[in-house]
Design a protein around this ligand. Structure first.
Ligand SMILES: Cc1ncc(COP(=O)(O)O)c(C=O)c1O
Length: 377
């Protein structure tokens, strides 16, 4: 099958670019002597995670229990559920552990320790726990210097049903950085927060075998990861316009795009109308605050070459409007009604989440495979 035969809108994955992106992060982390724990939330597909895990120790992170159950059913055992734990999640975690999964959870409060330990004891299990740290004010976690770190550590170490497995932090603010130098500085802050917290636990007689950090920007620009046992990253597999705006990748490295049909022209306004609205692209506007605002996505021809300064400037549910960046008139005649273009996404995780499959290419317009994605929680 060829791209030209596909029903639009649909999601295209360039396998060659994905492989190169994976191999680049692997070689950077090999130089820094730290393991990669890929985040399964970006791909939500086992074929892609297997590409990342080849030759690696084998653990992943997930953001939903649906991902945990799916990846476990495909043979991945070592799973960190990297979202703060809630009581309603525990039955499914217990069920995964009973079936043989090595699931580690994260938390940042005494209440969470108490309900996790109680549930684990009911089932005669021991659930490994990472204490979530806040390295950059992004969202949750215990800050360095907060006595809560030791309170949680002591409780995890003394309660039956739970065990202290280590610490975890995610520098989510790296997405707001204004320069590569800012990302380098944040990568060092992320590392220091995790390493100093681990030292504090150890100095107080508590174990801290896992010291886990990561986001795609900080993983890419980290220069020294001494004391870190693993890096988590997800977006690096595909990259996106937010990452290219940050300087983490080049636009030509972006491995996913949405194929869309031209369905009309508004010549007076200089608009071209497509069938990829926010249901196909997502409403993510992650580049809005960056130097170059990419609207809802950057327009490329079907060979994946960006068409200078053409962006999806507006979306409805099933319509996209292509116009020139900055509102200059667009010559509609260059886009025949019924022809196809590809849209590069602002945020790969958000855009791919709108689709149930990848049409896989090897860089040409031939479809070499169809890979399914899971969704939901
Ligand atoms: C806890 C956690 N770890 C790791 C990641 C991976 O970061 P990225 O998506 O930048 O690769 C995320 C992403 O949201 C996350 O929430």
């Amino acid at each position: 099958m060829n791209l030209l035969q596909l029903d639009t809108p649909c999601l295209i994955l360039d396998k060659k670019k994905t492989k190169e992106n994976i191999s680049n992060l692997h070689s950077h982390l090999r130089d820094l002597e730290v393991n990669l724990r890929p985040h399964g939330k970006t791909a939500k597909n086992i074929d892609i995670i297997n590409m990342v895990l080849a030759g690696q120790p084998g653990g992943i992170a997930v953001s939903t229990l649906k991902e945990a159950e799916y990846y476990f059913s495909h043979g991945i055992v070592d799973i960190v559920y990297a979202v703060g734990i809630a009581p309603v999640k525990l039955d499914r975690i217990v069920s995964l552990i009973i079936k043989g999964a090595a699931v580690t959870i994260i938390l940042d409060s005494i209440e969470q320790v108490n309900f996790v330990a109680a549930k684990a004891r009911q089932h005669g299990l021991i659930i490994p726990v990472l204490i979530e740290l806040d390295c950059d004010g992004h969202r949750s976690g215990v800050t360095l210097g907060d006595s809560l770190l030791l309170d949680i550590g002591y409780l995890l170490n003394s309660e039956s049903g739970v065990t202290l497995a280590g610490v975890l932090t995610h520098a989510g603010e790296s997405y707001q950085c204004k320069s590569v130098e800012d990302i380098r500085v944040l990568a060092a802050v992320e590392r220091d927060t995790a390493v100093k917290s681990a030292e504090k636990l150890r100095q107080n007689g508590l174990p801290c075998p896992i010291v886990s950090v990561g986001s795609t920007p900080t993983a890419t620009f980290a220069e020294d990861l001494a004391g870190i046992t693993e890096i988590r990253a997800g977006v690096f597999m595909f990259y996106d316009l937010v990452m290219s705006g940050l300087g983490v990748c080049k636009t030509e490295d972006i491995a996913v795009s949405v194929l869309t049909s031209i369905i009309g022209h508004q010549k007076r306004k200089g608009w071209v109308i497509t069938d990829a609205g926010w249901m196909a692209l997502s409403r993510d506007r992650g580049t809005a605050a960056q130097k170059v605002d990419q609207g809802y996505g950057l327009v490329c021809n079907i060979d994946g070459e960006p068409l200078n300064d053409l962006i999806v400037s507006s979306t409805n549910q099933e319509h996209g409007i292509i116009s020139s960046r900055g509102g200059k008139g667009l010559d509609c005649e260059q886009f025949e009604v019924g022809s196809l273009v590809c849209i590069l996404p602002n945020h790969a995780c958000a855009t791919t989440a709108m689709h149930d499959r990848y049409y896989v290419t090897d860089g040409s317009t031939e479809i070499i495979d169809v890979w399914h994605r899971i969704s939901g929680w």
